[in-house]
Design a protein around this ligand. Structure first.
Ligand SMILES: *[C@@H]1O[C@H](CO)[C@@H](O)[C@H](O)[C@H]1NC(C)=O
Ligand SMILES: *[C@@H]1O[C@H](CO)[C@@H](O)[C@H](O)[C@H]1NC(C)=O
Ligand SMILES: *[C@@H]1O[C@H](CO)[C@@H](O)[C@H](O)[C@H]1NC(C)=O
Length: 254
């Protein structure tokens, strides 16, 4: 029995060693990738805008200055609404036009299984506090009718972009660049002062890719923020609201 115990322990130690070597390899790879970005960034098309606005402001397409976020009144009087273009688990998306510029309008879906109000509040709160080049811009929201507006990105989600006919998406350099951009966004989420934010609804590849949008200058930014639990570094486990099954399930939520 003693021998057996000893054997299994050394196997465990072996496994630990392999894991550490793997981590080190990943670390070296990430460092190499990040070091190689400045020259890649120089090759990128110029972005349409540079969001440098305060958190309660936005600036899209050809705007020359930042504008305060729109509230219910402005939304109902100044935004024309068009057709629907997407429907998810918690919201449906509609085209909108504000002062000649296309925007995306998100409506909460009323449902018995989903707490619409809590989802809406969480989404808008997250959008508001995370405003940065790593997430989609918030343009306006209206609490009473549970709608919010974000910047419209015509390339669509990362899933749509990777499966599109755009010639560039089959290019290995472009794919690596997208992966680095995705890592930068993850790093932003994982490196918040209060801890790490984890993107839920990532339990299968398609779902994971659909949480992100591709901007006109081909950056990967987070769009879906209604389930973004905070994980502190002292052993608190990730708890998602809607996760049911999929290939990338967290073990503890099975
Ligand atoms: C900005 O673009 C919109 C269409 O996207 C157009 O209607 C508007 O006139 C443009 N404004 C300026 C100042 O170029
Ligand atoms: C909308 O609801 C959010 C979350 O409940 C709240 O923090 C915010 O103050 C409300 N905003 C307005 C304009 O009513
Ligand atoms: C994490 O954030 C801190 C504080 O904002 C910053 O100093 C640090 O460089 C960031 N780390 C990474 C890996 O980006």
């Amino acid at each position: 029995i003693k021998k057996k115990k000893h054997k299994s322990r050394s196997k465990k130690e072996d496994a630990n060693l392999y894991f550490i070597i793997l981590l080190a390899a990943v670390f070296v790879l990430v460092v190499l990738i990040f070091r190689s970005t400045p020259s890649e960034v120089a090759n990128l098309p110029k972005p349409d805008f540079r969001p440098s606005c305060a958190k309660n402001e936005f600036r899209i397409i050809n705007m020359t200055s930042c504008h305060e976020i729109l509230y219910c009144d402005a939304i109902f009087h100044n935004v024309e609404k068009g057709s629907y273009f997407n429907k998810g688990k918690t919201k449906k998306m509609q085209y909108g036009v504000w002062e000649g510029r296309r925007v995306a309008v998100a409506h909460s879906i009323t449902s018995k299984v989903i707490n619409t109000k809590a989802d809406f509040n969480e989404h808008v709160t997250n959008l508001f506090r995370l405003q940065s080049p790593f997430v989609t811009q918030l343009i306006g929201f209206c609490n009473v009718s549970r709608i919010f507006f974000t910047e419209y990105h015509k390339r669509g989600s990362l899933d749509t972009y990777l499966n599109s006919n755009e010639h560039i998406t089959s290019d290995a350099t472009e794919r690596l660049r997208l992966a680095v951009s995705y890592l930068k966004t993850l790093n932003f989420l994982h490196n918040q002062t209060e801890g790490s934010l984890v993107v839920c609804d990532s339990n299968d590849l398609k779902g994971a890719l659909q949480n992100y949008l591709v901007t006109s200058d081909r950056r990967v930014i987070l769009n879906d923020m209604d389930d973004l639990p905070l994980v502190n570094r002292y052993g608190k486990l990730i708890q998602c609201k809607h996760q049911v099954n999929g290939d990338f399930m967290f073990k503890q939520s099975r």
